[in-house]
Design a protein around this ligand. Structure first.
Ligand SMILES: [Zn+2]
Ligand SMILES: [Zn+2]
Length: 360
């Protein structure tokens, strides 16, 4: 295992920058917020640690790219920022997310609530779910996995056309695997930052995707015509497990982070770290490092304390083992998603430590 160790000075510059305008912008932040973010370059910080590399196939080793410090983020002329008129994140589900309508609904509501706390200050809204056929996208059977795949770029065009006036971005989520072009095997997701749209598939986050007994295998594509979407009727949906839920909320917040202009993080352990494979994606924490947190705060303008409090409230209400005070459903409608309680419990403990620094 290798550690990506930056000097205190490097981290300090990545966070605060040497540009006098950005230094003074930083100094105008709430003193408590500065104290928390300065933990980025405290050598023995309990809150933020270095990135560890576990193999040659990890992201940083296999995708050398220039790291993005706060200044590079801030001065990117192509970066899009929410405005009072465009202040909503829309989530569009494509095809079923769970095996029943109620599971699909609970699942997407859970993601919505999480995103609303994570991107605190923005509204998160759900678009009416659509079937694959409604998108009119191309599809195929993957030669290696024999699972169905839909064309990511065409889904992006579909989302772009549907983008409501108050949307900062629209993100599509689906349980069907994606391909970006004929010659590619697959892609986890694709986004257009200029159009503010993204599509992400959680198909490969399910338990059985890579196994030979995966139920999404299509023996042969009995394709009558490329307009016949009946093959998607009752197509396999992975079982909603706590692992799938955890992976999907990490992925969704990571990918929406890209739409805000945050590039892969190479500074400290962080949700925005790139990942090349599932094991590396699972290693990513739920939280942002201070450098990425400053970027997101600069884009949205939230109070860090209020954002952390909103996350704690959401964890208490939606992802802890203590039942919520007011049940939201009648008894027969009530489904209990297998929430990743342990992961969120740990994260809550971490947030509480941050709040202690912020409220000293
Ligand atoms: Zn990424
Ligand atoms: Zn980061």
């Amino acid at each position: 295992m290798q550690i990506v160790q930056h000097s205190q000075q490097t981290l300090k510059t990545a966070l605060i920058s040497k540009n006098p305008k950005l230094v003074s912008q930083y100094e105008k932040l709430d003193a408590r917020e500065q104290r928390l973010m300065n933990e980025a370059f405290q050598p023995a910080s309990e809150l933020f640690g270095p990135i560890t590399l576990h193999s040659q196939s990890d992201w940083i080793t296999s995708h050398p790219e220039a790291p993005q410090d706060f200044e590079a983020f801030f001065s990117n002329p192509y970066r899009k920022t929410p405005s009072p008129e465009k202040h909503s994140i829309y989530i569009q589900s494509i095809g079923a997310l769970g095996n029943t309508r109620v599971i699909s609904e609970e699942y997407i509501k859970w993601l919505k609530g999480y995103c609303e706390a994570f991107f605190y200050g923005l509204k998160v809204k759900l678009l009416e779910p659509v079937s694959v056929s409604a998108t009119r996208c191309s599809f195929r059977v993957n030669d290696h996995t024999h699972n169905l795949q839909i064309h990511a770029g065409q889904i992006l065009n579909f989302l772009k056309k549907k983008k409501p006036n108050d949307a900062f971005c629209v993100v599509g989520i689906t349980m069907i695997d994606l391909y970006p072009r004929d010659s590619w095997n697959f892609v986890f997701g694709q986004a257009s930052l200029t159009d503010g749209v993204g599509i992400f598939s959680f198909a490969r986050y399910g338990r059985d995707f890579y196994t030979s007994h995966y139920e999404g295998k299509v023996k042969k594509l009995q394709k009558k015509s490329s307009n016949d979407y009946s093959i998607f009727d009752n197509y396999c949906v992975p079982e909603v497990t706590s692992v799938l839920l955890l992976r999907s909320c990490k992925t969704l917040t990571h990918e929406i982070g890209h739409i805000f202009g945050l590039r892969h993080c190479q500074w400290l352990t962080c949700l925005m770290q790139g990942s090349n494979h599932l094991e590396e994606a699972d290693r990513r924490p739920l939280n942002l490092c201070p450098i990425c947190l400053r970027k997101l705060q600069c884009a949205i303008g939230f109070s860090i304390v209020e954002r952390y409090k909103a996350l704690v409230r959401w964890i208490d209400d939606e992802s802890s083992d203590t039942p919520r005070a007011t049940p939201k459903h009648s008894r027969e409608d009530n489904v209990n998603l297998p929430k990743p309680v342990e992961a969120f419990k740990e994260w809550k403990e971490w947030i509480i430590k941050c709040l202690a620094v912020l409220q000293k």
